[in-house]
Every structure is written in structure tokens, then in C-alpha cells.
Design a protein around this ligand. Structure first.
Ligand code: PGA
Length: 253
């Protein structure tokens, strides 16, 4: 069975100094005792390089919170895929709901996914999820289908052969609010995402999509999602900022 992924999305919550401190704490403890899970952190761009150095000899992998839709070019303020490749990033978050909400980052999601798949070996983590209005209207699965279709619209089955594709199901209303989706709803949403993906892309060389859950996961609730075959890991925001809490989840999930 492949490893579950425990990913910490630091967002813009930590400045440079505190990012390095947290990376140092995590790597020191994980050096002494390893987790059976794949442990990943997503620092902000300014900390990415030094965090990567600090965790180099530990089991921690790192990723980028976003990427430009082109490999290189005149795109002021963006971070290029080429740089992320040279830094040895293993994962890239694409379409996180905060990007979609505050930076209108919806139109470029398909281009970003295309860029990462076609021009690198980095594993994309596509973030999708319904907002509260959509949930109340009962159109959650329609929204998830639509977001998947849009995100993968530029890719063909051949492009995805032998690639690790990861989707993070993050209900927008559960992010940073302390509200967690009910376990039965999470299981169903993950099943639907896996079904939809295999309808869109199937073939001998196409791996099953992994689906992570994200949205107010913490030390008090993560065990509800343990040992569920539909849940391939967790994407954790707030609780990933405290080394003790994050490690508790990384060791015990
Ligand atoms: P949260 O964030 O755990 O603070 O809700 C999760 C995320 O946005 O990835």
C-alpha cells in the first residue's frame, strides 16, 4: 500500500525566520523518529530555498504553494516552474481556494496543471471544494465535477501516464473555520472524485488519483479520518504551524 501524505500548508502565516525555525524543529524530531507517512511542508516562496536546505537530510519533503502558468517569461511577481524544478520541489499546490478567492486564480488553474504535468516531474496537488452556498443548494458533487473537468481540460490521458495525480478535497466553508465536514460526507466526496477522475482518464498506465482531505483538520479530529481507504492523506493549515500538533498527526495518522 502506498504511503499516506501528511501535508502542512503554512500559507503566509509564518515569516522567513519562523519558517526556518519550524523546519528545523520538524526535521530534528523526524530525524530521531521517522513517520510511516509521507510528510510534506509548503513554506512561502521566500523561505522555500532555505527550508529545503534545512530539511535536506530528513524525511520531510517540500512543495510550493503555487506556480506560474508558464515555465519562464515576463510574468512579474510569479514563481517559475523552472526554479521550482531546480530547487527539487516534490509537490506543487494548484488552485488552493484562497488563491481562487483572493487572487481570482480560477482561469489559470488548467494552464498551471498543464505546465506542471507537461514540463516537470513534480507532483501536482489540485485543490477543489464547494463553498457554503453550493453546499446548501445541494450541488457539491456537481461543483467538484466541474472543477475537475476545468482543471484537466488541457490534458490528455497520454499526458497523465505514470504520473502521480493528487487532489485535495477542501470544502471552502471548512478551511480555517474550525468546521470539519462529516466523515461520511468526506468519504462520499472522495469516492466521487476518484470515480470522476477514472471516468475522465483511464488506461493501463494511469494511476489511481490520490485524494487528500483538508479543512480544519487538527489533533482533536484527525483520527476520525484514519484507516479510511478513500482518504489518502491530509492537507493541514492552522494545525501544521505547531510542530507538536503536526508531528502528532504525522506519527499517528
Ligand atoms: P486549515 O487549512 O487546516 O487551517 O483549515 C487547510 C488548507 O487551507 O489547506
Amino acid at each position: 500500500m502506498s504511503k499516506k501524505i501528511i501535508a502542512g500548508n503554512w500559507k503566509m502565516n509564518l515569516d522567513y525566520k519562523n519558517s526556518l525555525l519550524l523546519a528545523d524543529k520538524l526535521s530534528k524530531i523526524l530525524n530521531i523518529k521517522k513517520s510511516r507517512n509521507e510528510v510534506v511542508v509548503f513554506p512561502d516562496f521566500s523561505s522555500l530555498f532555505l527550508v529545503s536546505r534545512i530539511i535536506k537530510d530528513s524525511q520531510i519533503k517540500f512543495g510550493s504553494q503555487d506556480v506560474a502558468h508558464k515555465s519562464l517569461g515576463a510574468y512579474t511577481g510569479e514563481v517559475s516552474l523552472e526554479s521550482l524544478k531546480q530547487l527539487n520541489c516534490k509537490y506543487i499546490l494548484i488552485g488552493h481556494s484562497e488563491r481562487r478567492q483572493y487572487f481570482a486564480d480560477t482561469v489559470l488553474v488548467a494552464d498551471k496543471l498543464f505546465n506542471v504535468i507537461k514540463n516537470s516531474k513534480i507532483n501536482p496537488i489540485l485543490c477543489i471544494g464547494e463553498n457554503l452556498t453550493e453546499r446548501k443548494k445541494g450541488i457539491t458533487y456537481k461543483i467538484l465535477d466541474k472543477q475537475l473537468e476545468e482543471a484537466f481540460s488541457k490534458l490528455k490521458p497520454k499526458d497523465l501516464e505514470n504520473r502521480n495525480i493528487i487532489v485535495a478535497y477542501e470544502p471552502v466553508w471548512a478551511i480555517g473555520t474550525g468546521l470539519v465536514a462529516e466523515t461520511k460526507d468526506i468519504i462520499l466526496a472522495h469516492k466521487k472524485i476518484k470515480e470522476k477522475f477514472s471516468k475522465m482518464f483511464s488506461g493501463k498506465k494511469i494511476k489511481e488519483v490520490k485524494v487528500l482531505y483538508g479543512g480544519s483538520v487538527n489533533v482533536d479530529n484527525f483520527l476520525n479520518l484514519q484507516n479510511l481507504k478513500e482518504v489518502d492523506g491530509l492537507l493541514i493549515g492552522g494545525a501544521s504551524l505547531k510542530a507538536g500538533d503536526f508531528l502528532d498527526i504525522a506519527y499517528n495518522f
